[in-house]
Write a protein that binds this ligand. Structure first.
Ligand SMILES: NC(=O)c1ccc[n+]([C@@H]2O[C@H](COP(=O)([O-])OP(=O)(O)OC[C@H]3O[C@@H](n4cnc5c(N)ncnc54)[C@H](O)[C@@H]3O)[C@@H](O)[C@H]2O)c1
Ligand SMILES: [Zn+2]
Ligand SMILES: [Zn+2]
Length: 369
């Protein structure tokens, strides 16, 4: 039997999120129905809604979500009815070339992210005969969703759903950008451009990995204040001020790492990041947007600089998500502090406006049932 679910959908790029009722099919083989309690407002959904990044429409928004499994289809083994789960924004099949070589963020099952169709090639959300995809094959801006079991990670029941939802994208993406993709080591100097929901976790990762200087660039004062809470040692409103400080504090050797987690990637931030790292330095690009790498290769060759792209912080979600929640429990990772405001589903557009206005580290939708 299908059920009815209230969801925030986008019907065409550039049109606002619209709250509507959809029919949701039962889970089929290897699929799970989740009753969502919380969904995080990651900048990537805004890229889809604004049309910065392409996606099949109409789409149910949201790829950070946590809730309870309330039905399973045949053959499901990863989770059971009643389990508390967080969604992994890239599914993890466990057996493809990348999963089986500890690179789960590259799982081949991630191929449908921009279409939002289940692995069997069909959709579960419908309205008047029209199919709706789910963002990242999830769609957590909905009271209920049917997802592949590969998208589910079981979590302990004492973890609140609002903080759990963020460990499906923003937390591992940022933390892993520093710990995995950059590979920050004790005593190093790291410059992080953009300290929102993702960047705040890059700060936490760099700090926990033992960086001596965790330097944040963000034009918004509130973000800079919060960056200090997450472990930044120095904060600056502009890349120029940060650059001058790095030159001074490293005696001209420059930084070991630059990590780009700004809202919208652009040429200028890439240029600043390349210039702030020294010999054998690395620029890690996590932000999505329009920037082009427009550098004379000499800039890379002479100093042996690297530019590294990073998806999902190069994490292995089945290992890293429970590990991050353990760090939260022990007080080594701050998650409560990431949530600035909570919203009802029908306030989703306001939540994104607050993000763009620099008012939120992360906004979280609390679903009503
Ligand atoms: N690669 C991945 O796997 C992945 C996953 C999730 C999100 N993302 C992307 O990461 C980016 C950050 O996401 P978020 O949710 O943290 O966004 P956000 O809007 O919460 O944070 C962006 C921050 O960048 C700051 N900023 C804007 N322009 C800046 C500039 N020129 N210099 C320094 N700071 C600047 C803003 O003030 C804000 O604090 C987005 O582009 C998002 O799409 C990538
Ligand atoms: Zn995200
Ligand atoms: Zn896989």
């Amino acid at each position: 039997m299908s059920i009815v679910t209230r969801a925030a959908v986008c019907r065409a790029p550039g049109t606002p999120w619209e709250i509507t009722e959809l029919e949701l099919d039962e889970p089929r083989a290897n699929e799970v129905r989740i009753k969502y309690y919380a969904a995080g407002l990651c900048h990537s959904d805004d890229h889809i809604q604004k049309g910065d990044a392409p996606m099949r429409m109409p789409v149910v928004g949201g790829h950070e979500g946590a809730g309870v499994v309330d039905a399973v289809g045949p053959g499901v083994t990863r989770v059971a009815v009643g389990d508390h789960v967080v969604c992994s924004f890239i599914p993890v099949c466990g057996k493809c070339r990348y999963c089986s070589t500890a690179r789960q963020a590259l799982c081949d099952e991630g191929k449908n992210a921009g279409i939002g169709v289940l692995p069997d090639g069909t959709f579960r959300f419908h309205q008047n005969g029209e199919d709706f995809g789910g963002l990242c094959v999830l769609g957590t801006f909905s009271q209920y969703g049917v997802v592949s079991e590969f998208s589910c990670i079981k979590i302990p029941e004492d973890i609140p759903f609002d903080v759990a939802s963020l460990v499906g994208c923003g937390v591992p993406t940022g933390w892993g950008s520093a710990v995995h993709a950059a590979g920050v080591r004790a005593g190093q100097t790291v410059v992080i451009y953009g300290c929102g929901g993702v960047g705040s976790n890059a700060v936490q990762g760099a700090r926990l990995a033992g960086a001596k200087n965790v330097i944040v660039v963000d034009p918004v004062e509130f973000k800079r204040d919060m960056a200090k809470v997450f472990g930044a040692t120095h904060t600056f409103a502009s890349a120029k001020e940060a650059h001058d400080f790095v030159v001074e504090t490293t005696w001209g050797e420059l930084a070991d790492h630059a990590i780009i987690t700004v809202g919208i990637l652009n040429d200028e931030v890439i240029k600043n990041a390349v210039q702030v790292v020294g010999k054998a330095g690395q620029v890690t690009i996590t932000a999505v947007g329009n920037g082009w790498i427009d550098e004379n290769p000499g800039m890379l060759i002479g100093y042996q600089r690297r530019i590294q792209g990073s998806i999902f912080g190069m994490c292995n979600p089945l290992y890293d998500v429970p590990r991050l929640l353990e760090l939260y429990r022990s007080g080594d990772l701050k998650l409560d502090e990431l949530i600035t405001r909570r919203y009802r589903l029908d306030e989703v557009n306001q939540g994104y406006q607050d993000m763009l206005d620099g008012k939120n580290i992360r906004g979280v939708i609390i679903h009503e049932h």
